[in-house]
Design a protein around this ligand. Structure first.
Ligand code: SAM
Ligand code: SF4
Length: 266
């Protein structure tokens, strides 16, 4: 797949659910969230079918995200289904890590290659305050389980906000160094106002090199995180939805007033 600016698209980020077991302050409001109805969420088989068609068109890498991908029923089975798809060379996941100790081994067995774990601080109080619901010990257990299962190299995603404190950032840097984890810093973004920033230590955010499309849990294929458009695979058919998203892929993102981080998956 080549877009209008000759960028080769090989990577699909797949949001498997808009639900989450946390409520991070920069991502999801505490309540009043309009979640998708169950009937509007693609089934595991439908997601696999989109990936099969996409692989025929040139996709090589899949990242499962959410909401929180590990709250989606059948997530291990989905990894197994994607693993069977000819042409897919890598399956990764971005998770908050809370449920990872439960699933790491089975995910690895099913064919998941590696995980990115979102963790902004090592301080238990601050972690609870940022996520509103989280217990940091669950994430620490999740990291350990991922290491033991060989879901490596593991990347830790740290969102930096205006409240981040230097000491805590230094502490998490040291923790990653000690544990052999890669670390990436993401500055808090705002889709609605187009406040966008590149990812420090990662590949995201460099529009010239962008190689990705996004599939949302309702079946919309999005050309860009910072774009209002999305083309639904049920409405247009899978191949056509991919073509439309490719055609609509902007040289650079602008704003997105239609979607949120928690339903696109970052
Ligand atoms: N629940 C999973 C997790 O937290 O890793 C996957 C979905 S989450 C939306 C994907 C990534 O988006 C996470 O690394 C999260 O920190 C990041 N994110 C969420 N809201 C953000 C914002 N306003 N600005 C920058 N990154 C954000
Ligand atoms: Fe949930 Fe991830 Fe958003 Fe936090 S960043 S609320 S864990 S989807």
């Amino acid at each position: 797949m080549l877009d209008a600016y000759n960028r080769k698209i090989t990577y699909l980020r797949v949001s498997v659910t808009d639900r989450c077991n946390l409520r991070c302050r920069y991502c999801m409001p505490e309540e009043g969230i309009q979640l998708l109805k169950h009937d509007d969420v693609l089934s595991l088989e439908e997601i696999a079918e989109v990936i099969r068609e996409g692989a025929k068109m040139g996709l090589k890498k899949i990242r499962l995200t959410g909401g929180e991908p590990l709250v989606r029923k059948g997530i291990v089975q989905l990894v197994d289904m994607i693993k069977q798809v000819e042409g897919i060379e890598e399956i990764a996941m971005t998770t908050n890590g809370v449920l990872l100790s439960k699933y790491a081994k089975d995910l690895k067995k099913a064919g998941l290659n590696r995980v990115n774990i979102s963790l902004d601080t090592l301080d238990a109080e601050e972690f609870r305050s940022i996520t509103r619901l989280g217990n940091i010990n669950d994430v620490k257990k999740g990291i350990k389980a991922a290491q033991e299962a060989g879901l490596t190299p593991i990347k830790i995603n740290v969102v930096k906000t205006k409240f981040s404190n230097k000491q805590n950032i230094d502490a998490i840097k040291q923790f990653c160094l000690d544990e052999g984890l890669n670390i990436r810093f993401i500055h808090q973004m705002d889709l609605e106002t187009g406040d966008f920033s590149v990812v420090e230590g990662g590949e995201g955010g460099n529009c010239q090199l962008c190689n990705r499309l996004r599939l949302m849990a309702n079946g919309d294929i999005k050309p860009c995180l910072f774009s209002n458009s999305g083309f639904n695979v049920k409405k247009h058919g899978i191949t056509e939805a991919f073509q439309l998203a490719l055609g609509a892929k902007p040289l650079e993102g602008t704003i997105n007033q239609n979607h949120k981080f928690y339903n696109i998956g970052g």
